[in-house]
Each structure stands twice: as structure tokens, then as C-alpha cells.
Design a protein around this ligand. Sequence first.
Ligand SMILES: [Zn+2]
Length: 256
Amino acid sequence: MKTIVIPQRYVYAGNLILVNAKHAYHEKIAKCSLAPVNAESSNILLERRAAVLLSKLMDSIDGWAQISFVSGWRSKREQEDIFSQSIAENGTAFTEKFVARPDHSEHQTGLAIDLGIKQPNIDFIRPDFPYSGICQTFRGKAAMYGFIERYPKGKEDITGIAHEPWHFRYVGMPHAAIIAKMGITLEEYISFLKRFSYGKKCFDYQKDNQRIAVSYIEAAGTKTECELDDKLPYSISGNNVDGFVLTEWRDGNGKR
Ligand SMILES: [Zn+2]
């Protein structure tokens, strides 16, 4: 075992950060952490790992000719411009339904992408991404590559955002698969994980021969200390609320 020390600011970083009307994005992603998904859309950037996995997902469905990247990472300034422009053009009611306020947009994290089916005129705020054809094939495989449809129908009261079939969020594996299987939102997943307090209980995700344990670590002030099994691969993400999500890759028998 080894003791790791997690600084407070890590609460606000990682693939699982919850960014919504209640929880602002506190970080500023470094430009060197961003990459284009492909050369053709070199102005659409995502956090590097999300960009690589989105590219692999597009390869796997042979989607390049039919799916466009409409919007990826946005600076705070761009989000401010989009928000005020939408207020001017579409009014407040529409804008509040579909456009997040600056610092409350997932697009500032580099982990969100808006997609549209390729057509001559693509609506920037509400691109067409139907539940059929290649777009539905994309949805079917998204979780396998760590992406979730972030604002599903029927969950508007929870996400605070209208149904957006085009907006996908990278949360990584196995979280995307768990979220998709449970049919929940990121808001619900972050709350759900609080039942699995590290050291007491964990949520087990089993796939093929791999067992992955997910648990929650509450932030304890400026530094959170945690005893981890140093033989297991693990990753830690902040939840952007009050703690961290620990993901441990255990062996197929569940042995530690
Ligand atoms: Zn979006």
C-alpha cells in the first residue's frame, strides 16, 4: 500500500468533472492539452485523450464522410460571445435552454463535442443529429469509447439543459458504459457514486475478464490523503463538487 496526497484543486480537474448551471468550471485548460480530432477540422479542438478516442470511434463506424464536428473546446471569451449573440438573435428563453452561461459550459473543459450530420447548412446551436442512420450508429458505440449523450430527453430537470441529441461528453471508460447502461445523467452518476465510499464499498464494473472498481473519495480540506494499493493501475478524477472518483483496474478474480 502507499499513501497518496490529492491537492484540493484536483477536485476541479479530470474526465468526470460535473460542469452545469450549479457547478462552474474553475480551471483553464492549457492549450498544449488540446488537439484537433482530425486534420480536416483543425479548428475543432478537444482535450487530447478525448480527441484520440473520438477519432477512433469515427474510424470504427466509418463516419468521417457523414458526420461533422460543429463545436468542440471553447475559450471563456468564445462562450461569452456565443451566449450574448444568441440572446440578441434568439432571445433569452431560447438561449437559456440551449446555451450555457460562460464558465458553466462543458465546452470550456475540452471534453464536449457537438456533432451534426453533414449537410449544406448546419445550425451551429442546434445541429441535426438524428436517432437514425450513421448518427445512431455513433450513439450505439459512443460509450465504448468513453462518450455519453449528455443532455437526454426526459432529464431536462436534472441537467438544466434542453434535450440536445448532438452534444456528447467524454467521461472515459468504464464510466460512459456504466452511465449508458443505467440510463442516467452525469449529475445522477456523481450523486450515485457517493454511496461507494473508498475503503468501505466500491461499485464493481465487470467486462470480459476485467474487473474495475469505482469509488468516491470525499475531499478533506486542502489535502486529501488516501491509502492505495500500489500494485493496481488506477486513475483519479475530481467531480468538480466535493471530492474525487477513484477508478481501479483489478484482476478478473477481483483480487486486490
Ligand atoms: Zn454542446
